[in-house]
Design a protein around this ligand. Structure first.
Ligand SMILES: *[C@@H]1O[C@H](CO)[C@@H](O)[C@H](O)[C@H]1NC(C)=O
Ligand SMILES: *[C@@H]1O[C@H](CO)[C@@H](O)[C@H](O)[C@H]1NC(C)=O
Ligand SMILES: *[C@@H]1O[C@H](CO)[C@@H](O)[C@H](O)[C@H]1NC(C)=O
Ligand SMILES: *[C@@H]1O[C@H](CO)[C@@H](O)[C@H](O)[C@H]1NC(C)=O
Ligand SMILES: *[C@@H]1O[C@H](CO)[C@@H](O)[C@H](O)[C@H]1NC(C)=O
Ligand SMILES: *[C@@H]1O[C@H](CO)[C@@H](O)[C@H](O)[C@H]1NC(C)=O
Length: 669
């Protein structure tokens, strides 16, 4: 019996029949999280260790830092990597900077005080606290941290959340990421699952270390491996990233014993940046992450910036770390069980068991409902139902500002087919209601502030989004959905493949696609003719630089050709350019001639979301409207030049979401 020391074993068994107890600890017995008579939760505190256990899982925490040194499951002593030191196995962490000092710090938030918050047969909650004061100096993050761990009777895992607080008049502080990291036993876990379609055998950490580093350290070609199928494949953690809206369960499995380790995120409230914010999940190591926020796919401007001694407090989590096993060897069965548990957790949200007053229960929250309609007179004289719109409450700001907001809570939902929506479980506070509609450009913001009180049920009724529009559509390229998904994504270089993404809808996750542009367009850039072009085949998904024979990366200029007749020479045409990502790019627009000294329009150098290098299909969304005088256009074939004017490296560029040319407004409307 490795799981529990003899003392502990007897202690538990005194509380119930021996057989029942033994049964729940037998690794071959099939496990169910709501087993008929789960054992009570127990807590054992010593000066060095805090242990919490419920007969299924035993969590061992370092006292008083609150780092996780062990997670025992059934008769497995530790699912975390025993070869790593106690404080390198499982931990909350942040990356922080004092802007006036400038040094970036990776910080495992080692706490100094331990407290028991709740203790009963049903539940144990413990807290590890770290408090800042000015005498601690510049090398300690000016933040109070309260890390919590909760174990419930009968739940095969544990919950964790944390409360961060920056008090008034404390120094300025930037926090660029916050997460919980788990380093799993390398001999136990080798199979990763991040969705139903994305599950695979993974290289070990040692196999990665023995591989060839590609364009950056995260991307490695596996060369030396005991698994013949892994040889010659690319491994990069960013190939497994996921939009927040889709990231609710991911983790690892092993065959002997047949076990699963899962990170379950029951609500988007624990994260920020909106439903399209992308982040890491699990990756080779084996490592599993619960990321609350980071600047991935958004850039260094994104993150918590506390200025002028402002007070800030926020809860991150809870997330559930869930373990499962069965006596078979069918990985999909463990995945399905983890997914079921995720759905159970989502249903239970908001939880009724966290004890912190900073985590409001269901009754202390409110909701808002209504119907979103779209008014676009050039599409329909009637109001259009905002089918499947994303609708959310976030900090008051400009349209679309939720994308850059990390400090506060956001609450998102999707409207139904008719545009009806209910945003539930909203914490009390003052918000703006934001929305965007797949198939429609731009961002909606409801004009009035929304004040949510405990128990609020606010009916906003029918609200109408008037998307940017000056006249009827002359032509369009792509679908306005904030991604470049519908465009042409090339096959990877045959020597740089990740087999998971062969014949996969997420083909864009392959490594090195930026250089495929040069392979396809070695000398002349892309030309798209709107009359007979098919954007699914003829529009490369990313407007990147071209690699030259001397390995420099140079700007590229794409051409859109279109035939115009009956030009309104005194009217103003409008070119809409929606970007799905931008990385240090400068898109310049030229109309019919490329020889003028200045472009007709320029976005200026913009974006740092790095989605091209990170195998994304989008990063941050941007929308530009460019007026074009009718006098600049000609009867017959016109050319719009899109010059990505910045060069230097392969990752400079944009992905277009959608481009549209509108004629001048029609007076009769
Ligand atoms: C425990 O597992 C073993 C196989 O490993 C099995 O033979 C035994 O019957 C199980 N015991 C109980 C109490 O389920
Ligand atoms: C500041 O923090 C240190 C370390 O926790 C503690 O020893 C000290 O008493 C604190 N000082 C004040 C003024 O609170
Ligand atoms: C491959 O890896 C094994 C085990 O790590 C090591 O012993 C061997 O030297 C490696 N071979 C090469 C060619 O690097
Ligand atoms: C590399 O080639 C490009 C054109 O192909 C040229 O403009 C540039 O000057 C060259 N750079 C170097 C360092 O040779
Ligand atoms: C442009 O469109 C007009 C009207 O459809 C057509 O008559 C003309 O031939 C077209 N011009 C070209 C160059 O395709
Ligand atoms: C630019 O080139 C076009 C022909 O391509 C010519 O008609 C125009 O006059 C030129 N403009 C300038 C400013 O040189």
């Amino acid at each position: 019996m490795e799981l529990l020391c003899i003392n502990l074993f007897i202690q538990i068994c005194l509380l119930t029949q021996f057989v029942k107890c033994y049964d729940s600890l037998n690794s071959s017995s099939s496990f169910s999280s709501s087993s008929s008579s789960p054992l009570p939760v127990k807590l054992h505190v010593s000066p060095s260790t805090v242990k919490i256990y419920n007969g299924i899982v035993k969590l061992r925490l370092i006292n008083p830092t609150g780092l996780i040194k062990g997670i025992a499951y059934k008769d497995i002593h530790n699912v975390l990597e025993h070869e790593f030191k106690d404080h390198e196995r499982g931990y909350w962490d942040i990356v922080w900077t004092r802007p006036e000092i400038g040094k970036s710090n990776f910080d495992k938030l080692q706490c100094t005080e331990f407290r028991i918050i709740a203790q009963s047969d049903e539940q144990v909650e413990v807290s590890f606290i770290k408090r800042w004061n000015v005498s601690l100096g510049d090398n300690v993050v000016p933040l109070n941290v309260d890390k919590r761990y909760i174990m419930l009777r009968g739940v095969s895992g544990f919950y964790s959340y944390a409360i961060y607080e920056h008090l008034e008049n404390w120094p300025d502080l930037d926090i660029e990421e916050s997460r919980i990291a788990f380093k799993l036993d390398q001999n136990m876990f080798n199979y990763m699952a991040i969705s139903r379609q994305k599950q695979r055998l993974m290289p070990s950490g040692a196999e990665r270390a023995a591989g060839t580093v590609l364009a950056y350290k995260e991307a490695v070609l596996i060369t030396n491996t005991t698994h013949p199928t892994l040889k010659g494949q690319v491994d990069d953690k960013y190939q497994y990233s996921c939009d927040n809206k889709d990231n609710h369960v991911h983790g690892w499995m092993g065959s002997d014993p047949h076990i699963g380790f899962w990170v379950i995120t029951p609500s988007d409230e624990v994260r920020v940046g909106g439903p399209m914010k992308t982040d890491l999940t699990s990756h080779a190591g084996p490592i599993a992450l619960a990321i609350f926020f980071s600047n991935h796919y958004r850039g260094p401007y994104y993150g918590i910036k506390l200025r002028g001694g402002e007070h800030w407090k926020r809860v991150f989590g809870p997330v559930l770390i869930y373990l499962n096993s069965d006596s078979g060897n069918d990985h999909p069965s463990l995945w399905k069980d983890a997914r079921k548990q995720m759905l159970r957790e989502t249903k239970k949200w908001p939880y009724d068991f966290p004890s912190s007053a900073d985590y409001p229960n269901a009754k202390q929250r409110g909701q808002i409902y209504g119907r979103l309609l779209v008014h676009d007179q050039y599409i329909s004289t009637h109001l259009i139902k905002a089918r499947s719109a994303y609708v959310g409450l976030a900090t008051p700001g400009d349209q679309g500002s939720f994308q850059d907001d990390t400090k506060s809570y956001q609450f998102w939902t999707r409207a139904d087919r008719k545009g009806f929506f209910t945003v539930k479980h909203v914490r009390p506070g003052t918000y703006n209601l934001y929305a965007w509609v797949p198939g429609v450009i731009g961002d909606f913001k409801y004009e009035d502030n929304i004040v949510i009180n405990p128990g609020s049920k606010i009916d906003v009724g029918d609200i109408v989004y008037n998307p940017p529009r000056s006249g009827p559509t002359l032509w369009e390229i792509g679908v306005p959905d904030r991604t470049a998904f519908e465009f042409y994504v090339p096959d990877p270089h045959p020597g740089l493949v990740n087999k998971l993404y062969i014949n996969h809808v997420e083909k864009y996750r392959q490594y090195g696609l930026w250089d495929r542009y040069t392979d396809l367009y070695p000398n002349n850039d892309l030309i798209y003719n709107v009359d007979d072009g098919d954007y699914r085949k003829d529009w490369f998904f990313a407007h990147v630089t071209r690699k030259t024979c001397n390995n420099t990366y140079v700007p590229t200029t794409w051409k859109i050709l279109f035939n115009l007749t009956n030009i309104d020479s005194v009217g103003v045409y409008t070119l809409r350019i929606a970007l799905a990502c931008a990385n240090l790019a400068n898109i310049q627009v030229w109309i019919n001639e490329l020889n003028t000294s200045t472009p007709h329009f320029s976005t200026g150098r913009k974006g740092r979301d790095n989605a091209i290098a990170r195998h994304g299909i989008h990063g941050r969304y941007w929308l530009h409207g460019v007026g074009i005088a009718g006098s600049q256009l000609v009867e017959g074939i016109n050319t719009i030049y899109l010059k990505q004017a910045a060069g230097g490296n392969p990752f400079v560029g944009v992905m277009y979401d959608y481009i549209r040319l509108e004629a001048p407004s029609q007076q009769e409307y």
